[in-house]
Design a protein around this ligand. Sequence first.
Ligand code: PEP
Ligand code: CO
Length: 448
Amino acid sequence: MTSNWNPNSWTNFPADQQPDWPDDNELNAVLKEISELPPLVFAGEARTLKSKLARVCNGEALLLQAGDCAESFSSLSANSIRDKLKVILQMAVALTYSTGLPVVKVGRIAGQFAKPRSSPTETKDDVELPSFRGHIVNDTDFNAGARTADPKRLLMAYNQSSATLNLLRAFTRGGFADLTQVHSWNQQFVANSPAGAQYKEIADGITNALAFMRACGITSEDHPALHEVDFYTSHEALLLGYEEALTRNDSMSGDWYDCSAHMLWIGERTRQLDGAHIEFLRGVENPLGCKLGPTATTEDAIKLCEILNPKQIPGRLTFITRMGASVIDNKLPELVGAVQDSDHPVVWACDPMHGNTYTAESGLKTRNFSDVVDETKRFFHIHRSIGTWAGGIHVELTGDNVTECVGGAENLSDDDLALRYETMCDPRLNASQSLELAFHVAEELRSS
Ligand code: PEP
Ligand code: CO
């Protein structure tokens, strides 16, 4: 047992980015209710994910962590979950087919509701209101009622996570993810893009291989590995009261697990070494991520390893670097080198999204696909030159044909952004841009 830790010990530390809940009694009543509800995931699943991430840590697999910036209460539908899963499966197939490596698939899904904000308030026409903090806290509309933090939303987030997980389990176990379906994941608008055409070639290859294997007597019906896919959930562990309410003692191991998701990560704004987020997460046994942005020092990185992974277990800790394409060459080599010298085992993943956000002339927040690709390629080059394993990528995407990031094969321009700009928070890659990114990663890995 981690010393001096309990699921509530985080309350003795400063917690950044917590909402201003108007009524503590109401908040506590909701948290008590959640603490009595069933866990969303099982400790054993989190342990299995940790062992798969250990393979990534050892250079034997890749991590693909992907999904929404912020899930929405208003757009929950079977189709949107299915389409997100489709593009993640497509990306994984592109990577595995090109590299021969297994891909550990982790969604930013079934719980990715809470958003850290750079300012606690937003001002429009001289009116100042609390910032939108994700649907688990408040709503996007700019009026006092919508922006007031409402604890009932915690319960709604739990319920939506549960419904989403249920469908994900059905999709990944019930035949949808069967490799014989590899063509059907290519949605029409993706199939018409260059990445979609490249994907079709791979899908043809897999279909031929499956026909050959079937002739040899190996079918997906009797080989679960061809019929099912392991898919894990993750989100930023931001609202510590909610995370605490879902933290349970595992009867098998006696250890504590945060059963709101398989993997939790600590955001760039809440990774203070003496802060409540680090205190809470050091005590749960789930695999953890921690974002590292341009201000992270080598001392920060080493201390994070010591606090979050004192037993040096491979797969326990993933550093998700989000430097920005123009900064990564200056910052990442030093961090990677220091962690390498310290012998702490970490998975390195590249988030090529959050360091490359800017506001376009139209006033919409966007990212240029070429910056996303550029940061990703530089990430792989840096690891190759140091001799460390570039473990994977962490991206914000959707399965829909949105126009939120400029560039890509369709060459979306600033003028196109308003066409289908649907995100509640950060701009996401659409399905064809996501697949195109996967092919860039595959190319990097092949050339290494
Ligand atoms: C995010 O992943 O949505 C996010 C807010 O990232 P970061 O903490 O890296 O800014
Ligand atoms: Co984001």
